[in-house]
Write a protein that binds this ligand. Structure first.
Ligand code: SF4
Length: 338
């Protein structure tokens, strides 16, 4: 047995000590190594190693963001997990473009609580040129009234749309891969994984940095979660939201079994080991873990979406901040990668 700072982490074949040394030296772990690390170590040792790596490479800053559902439901696409697809009978509220007053109210409220990032999120495959103008105008107005750091999540982009968002002050674009390339066709057939990668490319080319992650618990294998983590690294994504599926009645995944806490924590830890430079951000579905969700922040995660989620219930912001700070993190501001 070898040790890291006095903690024993496993044998030579699956040594977390060796893996951490390799990662610190700038040499990434590959799929086979990741699988061995996840299956050949005690879960508690894996979580501890991931937490240590997070602290060493990212410090104690915790990256908070908030989102507002700027257009809800009536989506043409068929993502099997999603309450907002018009193909499924769900009980969500649907509306077209949200009123600016509501965007402003929620943005300023979040800012007053210390949540610096704010994203408008729209349901649907894409946003029309006309609607992009409306959202750009909202960003522009709110930019005059706040110091919020703007993100956007508006489906597939063209260069023209991306440039309009950038001109309005949007700094980061969110486009989840949702799941790995090999599993994606089992989850959605109305668009492709490659189209998502293309939007990431367009957003980056326009000058935005990228937030992209996925949902775990869709029926993918553990190996496919590792594939997603590796694909995100390949795309050099530095903000990775991880959603935990909340099965929504009426969707094709409405009855699937929920992931256990252990499965979630192992996934978080592996995303950290595979993506040591990224903010690993706990996103939708975390409330289903109750107070145990905070263990994610001791297993490699260092960011979260706070406040109201799109169609699943989130934690209250103040409660979140208290818990996160009690774990030794500092909140406020944005992470180093702007
Ligand atoms: S995930 Fe997005 S594209 Fe897919 S159904 Fe939901 S709103 Fe539409």
């Amino acid at each position: 047995m070898r040790s890291v700072g006095g903690d024993n982490f496993g044998d030579a074949m699956t040594s977390l000590t060796d893996a951490l040394e390799q990662i610190r030296s700038g040499d990434n772990i590959d799929y086979d190594q990741a699988l061995k690390l996840a299956t050949g170590n005690e879960p508690a040792a894996l979580y501890k190693a991931a937490d240590r790596l997070r602290k060493e490479m990212q410090g104690d800053h915790f990256d908070l963001c908030s989102i507002i559902n700027a257009r809800s439901g009536k989506c043409s696409e068929n993502c099997k997990f999603c309450a907002q697809s018009s193909r499924y009978q769900t009980e969500i509220e649907t509306y077209d473009i949200i009123a600016y007053e509501e965007v402003r109210r929620q943005g300023l409220e979040n800012e007053s609580l210390g949540v610096a990032r704010y994203s408008l999120v729209t349901a649907g495959r894409e946003v029309s040129d006309k609607d992009i103008e409306s959202f750009a105008s909202m960003y522009g107005q709110l930019g005059h009234e706040s110091d919020l750091y703007f993100c956007a999540s508006m489906g597939f982009l063209t260069s023209n749309k991306a440039n309009k968002l950038v001109a309005a002050g949007v700094k980061r674009y969110h486009c989840n891969l949702e799941t790995c390339r090999s599993f994606f066709p089992r989850i959605c057939t109305t668009h492709t994984w490659e189209e998502k990668v293309e939007t990431i490319r367009i957003a980056r080319e326009a000058g935005m940095d990228i937030c992209s992650g996925g949902i775990i618990g869709l029926g993918e294998s553990f190996g496919q979660r590792l594939e997603l983590a590796l694909e995100l690294r390949e795309l050099e994504v530095l903000s990775i939201p991880i959603n935990i599926l909340t099965p929504i009645p009426g969707t094709p995944l409405g009855e699937v079994e929920r992931l256990s806490l252990g499965e979630v924590l192992t996934c978080i830890a592996m995303f950290r080991l595979i993506n040591p430079r990224a903010v690993v951000r706990l996103a939708g579905g975390r409330a289903q873990l109750g107070d145990q969700q905070y263990r994610c922040f001791q297993s490699g995660a260092n960011g979260a979406i706070v406040g109201n989620y799109l169609t699943t219930t989130g934690n209250s912001v103040i409660e979140d901040l208290q818990m996160i700070e009690s774990l030794g993190f500092s909140t406020g501001g944005v992470d180093a990668k702007k």
